[in-house]
Design a binder for this molecule. Structure first.
Ligand SMILES: *Cc1c(COP(=O)(O)O)cnc(C)c1O
Length: 459
């Protein structure tokens, strides 16, 4: 074991009094700003007033603000953060030993709350601003269920209603997630449903369909815009979500600095980009200002490779094509990962902020196949004890691979990765892996071309 053991504990905690009191907006330090959301009808940038029927006012201001570097975290949100934050930075001494690597591996663990992931950080902020605006409730969609769970917790804390449209196949296959949401007082509707016009239309066209994320988004947006006192909220991709998630990176940086540690490599899994964006924000800020340099790696599934094989283009955020257009690395809004894909991170697009940073060469991306992801998850569970979420395990895979490179070269690199959550509700996927029934799927170029052909033409 590394002789760091005498100096650096397994868990590095901040004191409650050392918690960040502001979120950091990395857009303020970007020379090339992320492209604006466009109105799908006029192709002009969405204005505050156009977004008001869908989103909460304060959140729209955050969404559109490319210049304010720091936003005060309201006292009420800080008080809820203190129930489960600061989250620890862990030193993976046991994993290092098992790998026989000279690399020093740290991870920021966000699974220490009932929702089991980092999503609560933004859910609390979004529920708070909805409450402050005097709204009755919010609507949203959920696929695997982590976002719906986090939002239902946040809404129950702030005393507002929460209507979740859950992709029907998950509603049926993940009854435990569904019941956690109901326990926190949310109403959960399997999507497509007959409670919305768009849901009825889809059911008529495709009777017996098991639903999709895109369809659930369209239903949730309709449910919000046709109800007095409701707005729609989203758990990833948007600029405001990355802003709220900057708490992850700010805490991690402050904790490491207490021990004089500076990471060489920062790694995160990327679905819509919120945890990765949050983790890297303060480090990327230093890089953008020329104060420090870091290697930053986004890790995505080979079966849903938005960064590594997608196009950087304006696209719809949902399959129903009701939401604004966003410029991002995308596989096309009609892209649906193969049914054998079990590891989450199945969104077709990517945060506009991360897309711009990647396009500017400020970060790297790689894709990994799911059997290798579950192999990494298993090795991590057996050495570090925590049973990781399949999503988080993409980052574990890359961290292990980088540590093994160090073993070859003898370099003592410091690696920091984001462990976004726990995998207790993903045991069907683990079961498949344990039984040797998991396979890898990589979409063909033809499949991707078919999906790219549907991208909207913007001039
Ligand atoms: C939702 C989720 C992700 C992926 O979402 P991002 O917005 O890309 O961070 C990763 N890990 C866990 C545990 C999640 O619940």
């Amino acid at each position: 074991m590394s002789n760091d053991r005498e100096k650096i504990p397994y868990k590095i905690y901040l004191e409650e009094s050392e918690m960040p009191k502001q979120w950091y907006n990395v857009r303020a330090d970007m020379k090339n700003k992320p492209a604006p959301l466009l109105n799908p009808g006029t192709h002009k940038p969405m204005t505050f007033d156009e977004l008001r029927p869908v989103f909460c006012d304060e959140l729209i201001k955050q969404e559109l603000d490319d210049t304010t570097a720091y936003f005060d975290i309201p006292e009420e949100i800080l008080n809820f953060y203190k129930m489960y934050r600061p989250s620890p930075v862990m030193r993976a001494y046991n994993l290092e030993k098992a790998l026989g690597t000279p690399a020093k591996i740290y991870y920021k663990f966000e699974g220490n709350n009932t929702s089991g992931s980092h999503k609560l950080n933004s859910a609390l902020a979004q529920a708070y601003y909805a409450k402050k605006q005097g709204l009755k409730g919010v609507t949203t969609e959920t696929g695997a269920g982590q976002w719906g769970t986090a939002l239902s917790m946040a809404c129950s804390f702030f005393g507002i209603d929460c209507k979740v449209y859950m992709v029907k196949v998950s509603y049926e296959q993940k009854p435990f997630r569904r019941e956690v949401m109901k326990t926190y007082g949310a109403s959960v509707t399997p999507s497509p449903s007959d409670t919305t016009a768009v849901g009825r239309k889809i059911l008529e066209e495709f009777p017996g369909t098991t639903g999709s994320l895109g369809c659930a988004i369209s239903e949730a947006v309709e449910a919000a815009t046709t109800r007095e006192g409701y707005r729609y909220v989203l758990g990833s991709v948007l600029n405001q979500v990355l802003l709220h998630q900057s708490i992850i990176g700010l805490e991690a940086k402050a904790a490491l600095e207490k021990y004089g540690i500076k990471p060489d490599i920062i790694i995160g899994c990327a679905g819509g980009g919120s945890n990765l964006g949050g983790l890297i924000s303060p480090f990327m800020g230093e890089k953008l200002r020329g104060e420090a340099d870091y290697r930053i790696i986004a890790v995505e599934p080979a079966s849903c490779p938005s960064f590594t094989r997608g196009k950087y283009a304006y696209d719809f955020c949902d399959t129903g094509m009701v939401c604004p257009l966003a410029k991002m690395y995308t596989l096309g809004s009609g892209f649906i990962p193969s049914p054998n894909h079990a590891g989450g991170l199945r969104y077709h697009g990517m945060s506009s902020i991360l897309s711009q940073l990647y396009d500017d060469g400020l970060m790297e991306a790689r894709s990994v196949e799911q059997t290798s992801v579950f192999a990494a998850a298993t090795q991590f569970a057996r050495t570090e004890g925590i049973l990781p979420a399949p999503e988080s395990s993409h980052a574990i895979r890359a961290a292990i691979d980088e540590a093994l490179v160090c073993k070859e070269t003898g370099e003592e690199k410091t690696i920091l990765f984001g462990l976004t959550g726990t995998g207790y509700f993903d045991m069907t996927a683990y079961e498949k892996y344990n039984n040797g029934e998991m396979s890898d799927y990589i979409p063909t170029d033809e499949e991707l071309e078919k999906s790219f052909a549907m991208l909207p033409k913007i001039d």
